[in-house]
Design a binder for this molecule. Sequence first.
Ligand code: AMP
Length: 398
Amino acid sequence: MELLSIKDLDLKDKKVFIRCDFNVPMDEFGNISDDRRIRSAVATINYCLDQDCAVILASHLGRPKGEIVEKYSLAPVARRLQQLLKRHVELAGDVVGEDAMQKAKDLPRHEVLLLENLRFEKGETENDEVLSENLATMAEFYINDAFGVSHRAHASVEGITHYFDDNKKAAGFLLRKEIEFFDKLINNPIRPFSAIVGGSKVSGKLEALINLLPKVDKVFIGGGMAFTFLKQMGYDIGKSLVEDDLLEDAQHIMDEAKKLGVKFYLPIDVVAAEKFSEDSVIKITTAQEIPTDWMGLDIGPATVRLYREGLADSQTILWNGPMGVYEMDKFARGSTKIAHFVADTYATTVVGGGDTADLVQRIGLDDEMSFMSTGGGASLELLEGKILPGVAQLVKQG
Ligand code: AMP
């Protein structure tokens, strides 16, 4: 799959609209706690400025649900962008209101305008035609660099693409990098190719698991989703998280793995707790014998050793989903140990999924991984083999 490239556009002196993903986490004081997504967009913005463009940027932040909510204003993003771009960034007072429209119309070359939070407009998440058209009228060119929302058919992501011909729209550098990386990872990996799949539920990753099985050599399961498999194996899982309606699917996945010769690893021991809390009593139990009133909240030390052994010869490692409830220190050990091991291998290592990226970052290992995806849901849908709605119209024809 080849995407329309920003480099093929005749951008010289033009007005360009760039859909970015500035949906960054904020602390309780309203400060940006991680600006990776803003930094990742700088290459595309600077490229356009170097082409003497007038640049209009748009993003959502949080979920204001179609209302103007002060705490979701993009003002802090504008300030951070200003520092990163080392130039003035004008923040519009609205999205497609009088202020934004006027400022977009008057925007001179080399200037940057940031629209207010796209989700202050109800039409954004509804992929509303009028909103798409209003946004499209602001510029002559459209660039999508928002990988993190490209799996959403929203007005600034999908609807807007229909207002630009193929020589007037393209994927930005970040979007292209993400898509190409996953494309190569899934279709042409260096083997052995291992997938570490964790997180809370099987249901959230069922499609991804099924799509990955014919492509990988080994799968390592962790997190809450492991217990549905363990229950299906006939083990006592106590009151661990389980999806009883997916027991058959779990069996199907294990059967498929066997049929395809994929080595399928499940936890052999767990960190069990009496309650879902940091101050709970804990003990290490085998996966077969979790006591009735206890729940498994992390993989145990024997599993960590087993997974290290199994991962050791991997040339490519894809990791999506934590091994335990990493938000609580007591249950973060399994994920932390696996993260260190993955970071230390010489394999190509790819971290996808918001939680996994968050945990790797907390430990300070993000620079040690080959690739950290900026999109959780979007990377998961790529693993499911889907074409993302925001990307579909940016694929090169013929
Ligand atoms: P997901 O959104 O499906 O990737 O799941 C991430 C969430 O799974 C994190 O918030 C973890 O706290 C949670 N999680 C991981 N392991 C477990 C477990 N054993 N029991 C319950 N929740 C878990």
